[in-house]
Design a binder for this molecule. Structure first.
Ligand SMILES: Cc1ncc(COP(=O)(O)O)c(C=O)c1O
Length: 385
């Protein structure tokens, strides 16, 4: 009796882990969102760089709907031909035809599997990561994330060494034969959009190759055309041993992957997943690649990114503009929280924050238009002056 009375009075609440805007989105198209009252918003954040080809793209919706109507799930105990189609398209568009693909569900999971692979391959445990890095919230991924606030005691791991980004001297002093892998973001996103320099990327690639120690490029945020190349590291002409992908890959459908160089050989059951590479995930990921290719979205990311930067350059209250393509950090001279709030409340524009409290992150759909960028620039100027 007592138990059923308690059940009537109590309703389950969400675990309160996010800072939330009180906005109820009910419709989305391209870079536009609408709330339940019909208010229109411009989305320059893509829900953390996830919306690559635009919200509710008709071809994407059709691909998922069609897949849902035929078969939505079976396990990885059978051959799923869509996985092969996805791998082939991804290999061709990214320039990594000779790599192998392991599919999973999130960026953290992709990195977790990348660490495992590197450790299986080398038989070693030590990981070199970089200051301000973010690699996810699961056990090793969070241990390799340079933010003690989100690392629980059980995640603390003596195998991880953090080195300053772009410091070849510090790298050479630490990089030794007992290293299992080096992990670096194509461009650091959560930190506030900080790019490793081209010479630094080339230096660590060369060092890793010389010792046959895997270099892991975390392209979870910076990949999939966002920076105006398929991968951000491609601007340095390097070829990492392992590349992790997620966010833009499914345009909102949870799908992630690990791209693995041919010299790292698979053994049965060394990795595995229930949901990774399911029919719906593949349908979403294939549609994303098709749309990126058909609509030339990587070139658009490069072009619109340049346009946005050119418009930001003469604004006196902007301290620094960082990034490439449509992965842009706008650093102000003071904390940006008020500016973000005003952009949302007065102008209905979503932009992102970052660990650097002064930096706004711009991560729109790769299909963003010049008109939408102008809309943001006008609002931004009026908010900061
Ligand atoms: C560079 C990078 N790696 C990994 C992750 C973790 O991805 P997920 O949240 O899908 O686990 C993120 C998420 O922001 C990221 O930016």
């Amino acid at each position: 009796m007592e138990n059923s009375a308690t059940a009537i009075e109590t309703t389950m609440q969400m675990f309160d882990v996010y800072h939330l805007f009180d906005i109820d989105i009910t419709k989305a198209s391209g870079s536009t969102l609408w709330d339940s009252k019909g208010k229109e918003y411009l989305d320059l954040y893509g829900g953390h760089a996830v919306i690559s080809v635009g919200h509710s793209h008709p071809e994407y919706v059709q691909a998922l709907t069609k897949q849902l109507q035929s078969v939505s799930f079976y396990s990885n105990s059978i051959y799923i031909k869509q996985q092969e189609e996805l791998a082939q398209k991804l290999g061709r568009l990214s320039g990594y035809n000779d790599y192998q693909l392991f599919l999973c569900n999130s960026g953290a999971e992709a990195n977790e599997n990348a660490f495992k692979l590197a450790s299986f391959y080398t038989g070693k445990k030590k990981v070199i990561a970089f200051s301000k890095s973010f690699h996810g919230r699961t056990s090793l991924a969070v241990a390799a994330t340079d933010n003690p606030q989100i690392v629980a005691p059980i995640n603390q791991n003596e195998h991880i060494v953090f080195l300053p980004l772009n410091d070849t001297f510090a790298f050479d002093n630490t990089f030794s034969d007992d290293v299992a892998c080096v992990i670096i973001e194509g461009i650091q996103g959560v930190a506030g959009v900080y790019a490793p320099t081209i010479p630094f990327l080339q230096h660590i690639e060369k060092a890793c190759k010389a010792k046959n120690i895997p270099l892991i490029l975390d392209e979870v945020q910076s990949g999939y055309g966002r920076t105006g190349k398929f991968f951000a590291h491609q601007r340095a002409g390097i070829k990492p041993d392992i590349i992790t992908i997620a966010k833009g890959m499914g345009n909102g459908f949870p799908v992630a992957g690990v791209m693995i160089a041919p010299h790292i050989k698979a053994k049965k059951e060394m990795l595995g997943t229930t949901f990774g590479g399911n029919y719906l995930a593949c349908a979403a990921a294939i549609a994303v690649l098709d749309i990126i290719e058909k609509e030339n979205l990587i070139a658009n990311a490069q072009e619109q990114g340049k346009y946005l930067v050119s418009k930001l350059q003469n604004i006196s209250k902007v301290r620094e503009i960082r990034g490439l393509g449509l992965m842009i950090g706008i650093e102000l001279y003071e904390p940006c929280a008020e500016v973000r709030r005003a952009l949302l409340e007065k102008y209905h524009i979503f932009v992102g924050s970052s660990s650097n409290k002064n930096t706004i992150r711009i991560l729109p759909s790769l299909a963003i238009t010049e008109t939408q960028i102008n809309q943001f620039i006008d609002a931004f100027k009026s908010v900061i002056t």
